[in-house]
Design a protein. Structure first.
Length: 366
């Protein structure tokens, strides 16, 4: 999770010319006399005092010798003044970006402790740009508009882009903090086999182990609470050629959805392009993309071999005892069986068998 940084940034700065003028008055030096002692033109000294010319290192050294005030102090005053002017100029250019900033879930970022509450629109823009690691709104648009091709299968991406981009960025920042070995496909497949067995144990007890198994195979596993207005289950992408990322939202708050989403995103890592970001949107969509269908099929078959599943559903006996027995034979959680039956319309979504699912909740601090 990203951590907010706290720094004091005053909204004023003293021009070096003001400080120089005070020193000249206290030492009763005229501009002309001071210029002569420094070996500089009277015009330059007047321009520095008027704020029209900067104090450069050579000039600062001359001021130090004549006035006794260290050159580093003069340069520090100059640097702070120039930075203040740059911030003011940036603030004047924020009229259009204000509407851009307001599309992001700023309140939620503040609530989660990712950002400090901005004191102004200009500060909100600045904090968002820093959060995304870009220098301007145009740079953000260039980065994320370019990424939109990877989201082409989601009809909801355009309207939810800021919230989605924020969620992905948080996942990216957290993934960067996870120490992972270089990606190894064979090791990742073995890790998934072990995680499949872990599904029999309550999620809270095995999540750390699942993450460690993924990390050892070169995959960062991130669980991150979703933002309002985005209905997604997970995402998968490559942080770099040696490190993949699986980010899960646990949106439906049950263990079967969590586990299936993990294996679905794992399929994207194993089967599909390293240049795309794959978003698993939990919305009804008649035109399911080919890659999403492949990921669904791979995850389903990895969790339950096709032949075993075919024999189980052929019996048409979906009692709690039958489901528990089949789950035990497969070495997976019974909730996964219930979820699969519901997905294939063999069970209603509202069924007493939902008690086989483990309810998950985010901690308040998430």
């Amino acid at each position: 999770m990203a951590v907010a940084t706290h720094a004091y940034e005053p909204d004023y700065a003293v021009p070096p010319g003001w400080v120089l003028e005070e020193h000249l008055q206290s030492q009763r030096l005229s501009h002309a006399e001071f210029a002569r002692r420094c070996g500089r033109s009277a015009k330059l000294i007047s321009e520095i005092i008027a704020g029209k010319a900067p104090v450069e290192p050579k000039t600062a050294l001359q001021f130090e010798k004549v006035l006794g005030l260290d050159a580093s102090i003069w340069l520090g005053i100059e640097a702070r003044y120039q930075l203040h002017k740059a911030r003011e100029a940036e603030a004047k250019e924020t009229k259009e970006p204000v509407s851009w900033a307001k599309t992001f879930p700023l309140k939620e970022l503040v609530k989660r402790g990712v950002l400090d509450k901005p004191a102004s629109d200009a500060e909100a823009i600045s904090k968002l740009l820093t959060f995304f690691g870009v220098g301007s709104v145009n740079a953000w648009q260039a980065k994320y508009e370019g990424m939109s091709v990877a989201y082409r299968h989601s009809p909801c991406f355009q309207s939810d882009k800021p919230a989605l981009a924020t969620w992905l960025r948080l996942g990216e920042l957290e993934a960067e903090q996870q120490e992972c070995a270089d990606y190894n496909e064979t090791r990742f497949k073995q890790a998934l086999k072990e995680i499949r067995g872990l599904t029999q144990t309550p999620v809270v007890r095995v999540l750390e182990e699942a993450q460690q198994l993924c990390n050892e195979a070169g995959v960062a596993l991130v669980l991150l609470k979703p933002f309002p207005k985005i209905a997604l289950s997970g995402a998968a992408w490559w942080l770099n050629p040696r490190k993949a990322v699986i980010e899960l939202s646990v949106r439906h708050k049950t263990d079967d959805h969590l586990w299936f989403s993990l294996f679905h995103e794992a399929a994207h890592v194993l089967l599909h392009s390293k240049k795309q970001v794959f978003i698993d949107w939990m919305k009804l969509n008649k035109e399911i993309a080919e890659v999403e269908s492949e990921a669904n099929l791979w995850a389903s078959n990895f969790l339950i071999p096709p032949g075993d599943w075919k024999r189980f559903v052929a019996i048409s006996l979906y009692s709690e005892i039958a489901i528990r027995r089949f789950a035990e034979e497969q070495g997976i959680a019974p909730s996964i069986i219930v979820g699969r039956l519901q997905h294939e319309d063999c069970l209603q979504w509202q069924t007493p068998l939902n008690k086989l699912k483990v309810r998950l909740e985010w901690k308040v601090a998430s």
